[in-house]
Ligand binder design. Structure first.
Ligand code: ATP
Ligand code: MG
Length: 603
C-alpha cells in the first residue's frame, strides 16, 4: 500500500537496516578493491577504532607527541567544498575533538592563479555549518612564504637545491619515465654562490615567467619519480589574493605542504592516498632542513555513485551552466547539499558510517540518502502538501464552513506538539491517489470507494468530472460527518489514508524535484570519445507549479526542513518569497538502500 498506514512497516524496515548497518562497517560497492572484513579494521563493534584513530590512540598512550593531538584540514581555496571534503573534515576535526586536541583550518593558498577570497569565505562557512570549530583564527599557507623562502636558501647553502634554466617541457623530458631513469640537468652543478644569486634575483623579479625554477637536488635516477629533482619554486608574475604583488616566485605544493605542517607543529598530517608516493619527498625536505616532522597518514578518498567530485569537473558544470551554480541542489558540494535540505548531522553521521580505510572504493549514493532520512525522520515537522492537485468537491459539506483539524507535527517527537489545518468544501488530493479504473492492488480513491482524509473524515467518490479532452478535472465526493477524527462509529474500515490540502487558506507553491545529476553510476569512467558531461541526466530537475500547501508554512524561511506527508522530505529554497513559495525535494521517503541490501542478501 502507498498510503499512510505503511509508515510503520517502513519504520520496521529502517530499524532492520540500522541493525545491519551496525553489524557491518562497510556496504560499499566494489570498484577498485574487493572489500572484505580482513582489510578493514572497523568491523568488530562500535568500540573498535579505525586505523587512523588507532594510531592516534597509540601515540597518546606512548606519549609520542607529548600527548598532543594537532590535526589540520588544508583546502586549496580554488573551489567549493564537497561531500568528499566532508569526509576529511569530519576525520580531522573529529579526531581532534575525541582526543582532546585541536584541528587547524589552513588554506593551502600557494597557487595565485585559481584562488579567490570567495572560496575562502565559502569554505569557512561550510566548515562551521558542518558543526566544527577551529582555533582562534584561520591559517594561510601564504603567511609562511617568507619562512619557506629562507628554508629554500638554507637548502641551497647546503648544496641541496639549485636554480635550473630548463623549460617546463625540457624538465619533463629530463625526468624520465616509470621504467627509465631521468638525466641530470646541465644546471645541476651550479655553485652555491651562483644559485644564491640567481634565486634572489628570481625573487626580485628579474626573470620572466617559466624561465627558471628552483629544484631540489636529490636523484634523477630515483625509482620514485617524485624524487627526481622536483621543482620547489616557479616564477609567476601574478597577484595573489592575499599577498598581492609581494611575490613573483611561488612555492610548489610538494615543497610547501610539509613545511606548513611543520610550522604549525601538526602531529598527524592526514591526507588522501595519492600523496603516499610524495611522502618520501616530504620526509627528505624536512630531514634536509632538520625541522619538526609530523607523521603523515594516508586514507582513501570518498567516491560516490552518480556524481563527480573533482573540483575541476564541478567548476565545469557551473561554468558551462549545466547547473545553476555551486549551490545547485543537485551538486555534491556542501552548499548544494545544504540547499537541497541536507542537515549537518546527516552528513556527519554518513562520514562516521563510511569510516576510513586504505582502499579506493565507491560508496553508494543511497547510503548518503539513508543517513539523511534517519536524521530527517527524527527532526522534520510534518505538513500536508499536494504536489499534483486534483480538485475534490464535497457536495454535502456546508459552502462557507472551515473547520480546523488538529494535526500531529512529528510522530517521532511528541514535544513537537500539534497544529491546526483548515478543512473546507473544496479540497485537493494527489492526482495519483485516484484511479477511475483501479487495478487489483490499488487501494486508494476510486469511484464508489471510501478513503480516509488524514486528520479529517472519510470521503466517498460519487462522480468524476472530465474536460472536453477526457481529462479528469474534479471529483465530486461526500463526506461522513460521523467519521471526524478518522474513525467510523459503526466500525467500518477503509484501506487508505490520503493527505490533502483544503482550498480555503491553501498556499500556492513551486516545488522542485531532483534526481541524480548523472545517469551513470560512474560518470568519470573513461569512455572512448566521451566526456563526463555526456552522462548528465536531462531529467535531473523537474519543476512543479501550482502545488498546494497547508497554511502553516506561510512564514517559512529559506532552508527550513519539513516532511510533506507521504511525498518526501523538502526544504524551503532561498528563491522563496512571501509571494512565491519555492520548495526543494530533499529526498523521497523510499529508502533505496534497503532495497539494495535486500537484493544483495538474496543474490
Ligand atoms: P581536487 O583534486 O578536485 O582539486 P583536492 O583534493 O585537491 O581536490 P583540496 O582543497 O586540496 O582539494 O582538499 C583539501 C583536503 O580534502 C585534502 O586534504 C584532501 O585530501 C581532502 N579531500 C579532497 N577530496 C576528498 C575526497 N573525495 N575524499 C576525502 N578527502 C578529500
Ligand atoms: Mg589538493
Amino acid at each position: 500500500s502507498f498510503a499512510l498506514s505503511s509508515n510503520s512497516t517502513r519504520r520496521k524496515i529502517f530499524l532492520k537496516i540500522l541493525l545491519i548497518l551496525s553489524k557491518y562497517a562497510f556496504y560499499i560497492t566494489d570498484k577498485d578493491t574487493k572489500m572484505t572484513q580482513e582489510n578493514t579494521n572497523q568491523t568488530a563493534g562500535p568500540e573498535r577504532l579505525d586505523f587512523i584513530r588507532q594510531i592516534v590512540a597509540d601515540d597518546c598512550k606512548t606519549g609520542k607527541w607529548d600527548g598532543r593531538v594537532l590535526t589540520r584540514f588544508p583546502p586549496e581555496p580554488n573551489g567549493y567544498l564537497h561531500i568528499g571534503h566532508a569526509k576529511s573534515i569530519c576525520l580531522n576535526f573529529g579526531i581532534a575533538a575525541e582526543f582532546g586536541g585541536r584541528c587547524n583550518l589552513r588554506f593551502d593558498d600557494t597557487n595565485p592563479c585559481k584562488e579567490e577570497q570567495e572560496y575562502v569565505d565559502s569554505i569557512i562557512h561550510d566548515v562551521r555549518w558542518l558543526g566544527w570549530e577551529f582555533g582562534e583564527k584561520t591559517l594561510f599557507g601564504s603567511d609562511y612564504f617568507e619562512q619557506m623562502y629562507l628554508w629554500a636558501v638554507d637548502l641551497i647553502q647546503k648544496g641541496k637545491a639549485y636554480v635550473c634554466d630548463l623549460t617546463a617541457e625540457e624538465t619533463r623530458q629530463y625526468r624520465g619515465t616509470l621504467t627509465q631513469p631521468g638525466k641530470d640537468s646541465p644546471f645541476r652543478n651550479r655553485s652555491v654562490e651562483e644559485n644564491l644569486d640567481l634565486f634572489s634575483r628570481m625573487r626580485a623579479g628579474e626573470f620572466g615567467d617559466g624561465t627558471r625554477t628552483l629544484k631540489a637536488k636529490i636523484d634523477m635516477a630515483h625509482p620514485n619519480i617524485n624524487m627526481r629533482d622536483p621543482v620547489m619554486y616557479r616564477i609567476l608574475h601574478a597577484a595573489h589574493h592575499r599577498t598581492g604583488d609581494d611575490w613573483c616566485i611561488y612555492p610548489m605544493y610538494d615543497w610547501a605542504h610539509g613545511l606548513e605542517d611543520s610550522i604549525e607543529g601538526i602531529t598527524h598530517s592526514i591526507c588522501t592516498l595519492e600523496f603516499e608516493n610524495h611522502r618520501p619527498l616530504y620526509d627528505w625536505f624536512l630531514d634536509a632542513l632538520g625541522i619538526y616532522h609530523p607523521q603523515q597518514i594516508e586514507f582513501a578518498r570518498l567516491n560516490l555513485t552518480y556524481t563527480v567530485m573533482s573540483k575541476r569537473k564541478l567548476l565545469r558544470l557551473v561554468q558551462d551552466k549545466f547547473v545553476r551554480g555551486w549551490d545547485d541542489p543537485r551538486m555534491p558540494t556542501l552548499g548544494g547539499l545544504r540547499r537541497r535540505g541536507y542537515s549537518p548531522e546527516a552528513i556527519r553521521s554518513f562520514c562516521k558510517i563510511i569510516s576510513v580505510n586504505k582502499f579506493n572504493s565507491t560508496v553508494d549514493f543511497a547510503l548518503l540518502e539513508h543517513c539523511l532520512r534517519e536524521d530527517l525522520n527524527r527532526t522534520s515537522p510534518r505538513v500536508m502538501a499536494v504536489l499534483r492537485p486534483l480538485k475534490v468537491v464535497l457536495t454535502n459539506y456546508p459552502d462557507d464552513q472551515v473547520e480546523w483539524m488538529e494535526a500531529v507535527n512529528n510522530p517521532e517527537d511528541p514535544a513537537a506538539g500539534t497544529r491546526n489545518v483548515p478543512f473546507s468544501k473544496v479540497l485537493y488530493i494527489e492526482q495519483d491517489d485516484f484511479m477511475e479504473e483501479p487495478p487489483k492492488k490499488f487501494f486508494r480513491l476510486a469511484p464508489g470507494r471510501e478513503v480516509r482524509l488524514r486528520y479529517a473524515y472519510f470521503i466517498r467518490c460519487d462522480e468524476v468530472i472530465k474536460d472536453a479532452d477526457g481529462n479528469i478535472v474534479e471529483l465530486r465526493c461526500t463526506y461522513d460527518p460521523a467519521t471526524r477524527g478518522g474513525d467510523a462509529p459503526d466500525g467500518r474500515k477503509v484501506k487508505a489514508t490520503l493527505h490533502w490540502v483544503a482550498d480555503a487558506h491553501a498556499l500556492d507553491a513551486e516545488v522542485r524535484l531532483y534526481d541524480h545529476l548523472f545517469t551513470k553510476e560512474d560518470p568519470e569512467a573513461v569512455e572512448e570519445g566521451k566526456d563526463f558531461t555526456d552522462h548528465l541526466n536531462t531529467d535531473s530537475l523537474q519543476t512543479l507549479t501550482g502545488c498546494k500547501i497547508e497554511p502553516s508554512l506561510k512564514d517559512t524561511a529559506p532552508l527550513d526542513r519539513c516532511q510533506f506527508e507521504r511525498m518526501g522530505y523538502f526544504c524551503t529554497d532561498p528563491d522563496s518569497t512571501a509571494n512565491k513559495l519555492v520548495f526543494n525535494r530533499t529526498a523521497t521517503l523510499k529508502d533505496t538502500w534497503a532495497k539494495i541490501q535486500k537484493k544483495e542478501k538474496s543474490s
